[in-house]
Design a binder for this molecule. Structure first.
Ligand SMILES: C[S@@+](CC[C@H](N)C(=O)[O-])C[C@H]1O[C@@H](n2cnc3c(N)ncnc32)[C@H](O)[C@@H]1O
Length: 300
């Protein structure tokens, strides 16, 4: 595989030459694991990752359920015996195993690429977050876990058979708990829920956000909408960038999609690398970030 830059075509250039601390912002079309190795250790102050859940493989699993039986092989509650029977094939467990085999090496790379004062935000949902917590504890160390942010929104159909799931989970880990950067003052403030209970001055200033962020999804009719199906709202990522990096810092998103993270980073004067393998995402990022970044495309 060779790599070329659109503005400076050089099909023989090596990926390791593409990024430098003095160089331009980059939008890279590449399978991320093939590109990340070209980036040097500790180069980024902030990494935001919003990986897809479905990595595209068709999978199967054996569903195991317990049923009561008089001669079963396992003892259950109240003296009943149970037999483990194998249920029908479903498509979740193996997909899950594959998913983690996909994500783990990329999270290890994220750890390598983070600066000493750096922070990782991993954006997931309720199906994956508990497993991811265990994985990140093992990669970073439990003492490096900073927060679990709940992004709560209120949109779409409501399940009737359980509590409707209307939130995402964002795990936050720091490379070194004694050195990380966090600027709560740089973050936008929120209205008090009960402004009558605080002074007028406090009510006017608003309160610091907590780890629960109420924020609308990208409006289907709003000007922020790019048409990319998994686009995240800028308001959410503005908090991430403002709190966990400084102007001039290098920041990285290697599941970049429509480039929301890059757009926010540029607006806040950070320097960025956004990577995605999907040509549709690259097309959208070219429009959204073309003025402030150089486009790099892998060609095979
Ligand atoms: C959930 S979307 C990210 C959306 C993004 N946060 C936004 O606001 O638009 C995940 C992205 O990861 C990309 N992706 C998945 N696997 C990849 C890989 N191995 N290398 C590079 N990009 C990948 C997909 O093409 C997709 O655009």
């Amino acid at each position: 595989m060779t790599t070329s830059r659109r503005r400076t075509p050089n099909p023989n250039s090596m990926t390791s030459k593409l990024w430098s601390p003095e160089g331009p912002n980059l939008v890279v079309q590449a399978e991320n694991s093939s590109f990340l190795g070209s980036l040097p250790d500790a180069a980024f102050s902030l990494i935001y990752l919003d990986p897809p859940f479905n990595t595209g493989r068709v999978q199967s699993r054996q569903n195991t359920v317990m049923v009561r039986s008089s001669n079963g092989s396992r003892q259950g509650f109240a003296g009943h015996s149970y037999e483990t029977i194998k249920g029908s094939l479903h498509s979740y467990d193996d997909a899950f195993t594959d998913y983690w085999a996909f994500l783990e090496p990329r999270l290890l790379e994220a750890w390598r690429l983070l600066a000493e004062d750096g922070t990782l935000y991993l954006h997931l949902d309720y199906r994956e977050v508990h497993y991811a917590k265990v994985m990140l504890d093992s990669i970073f160390g439990r003492e490096c876990f900073l927060n679990e942010i709940i992004w709560a929104y209120d949109y779409g159909a409501r399940a009737k058979s359980r509590w409707p799931t209307k939130h995402d989970n964002i795990l936050v880990y720091v490379k070194d708990p004694s050195k990380y950067h966090f600027d709560s003052v740089a973050v936008d403030r929120e209205p008090y829920m009960a402004p009558g209970l605080v002074t007028a001055e406090k009510a006017a200033r608003g309160k610091l956000p907590t780890d629960v962020w109420w924020h609308t999804i990208v409006s289907p009719t709003g000007k922020e909408k790019t048409g990319y199906p998994t686009q995240k709202p800028e308001g959410l990522l503005r908090r991430v960038v403002a709190a966990s990096s400084k102007p001039g810092d290098w920041v990285l998103d290697f599941f970049a999609g429509s480039g929301t993270f890059g757009a926010v980073a540029a607006a806040l004067d950070r320097r960025f690398v956004c990577i995605d393998q999907n040509p549709e995402a690259i097309g959208i990022m070219a429009k959204r970030l073309g003025e402030v970044a150089e486009l790099v495309q892998e060609t095979s």
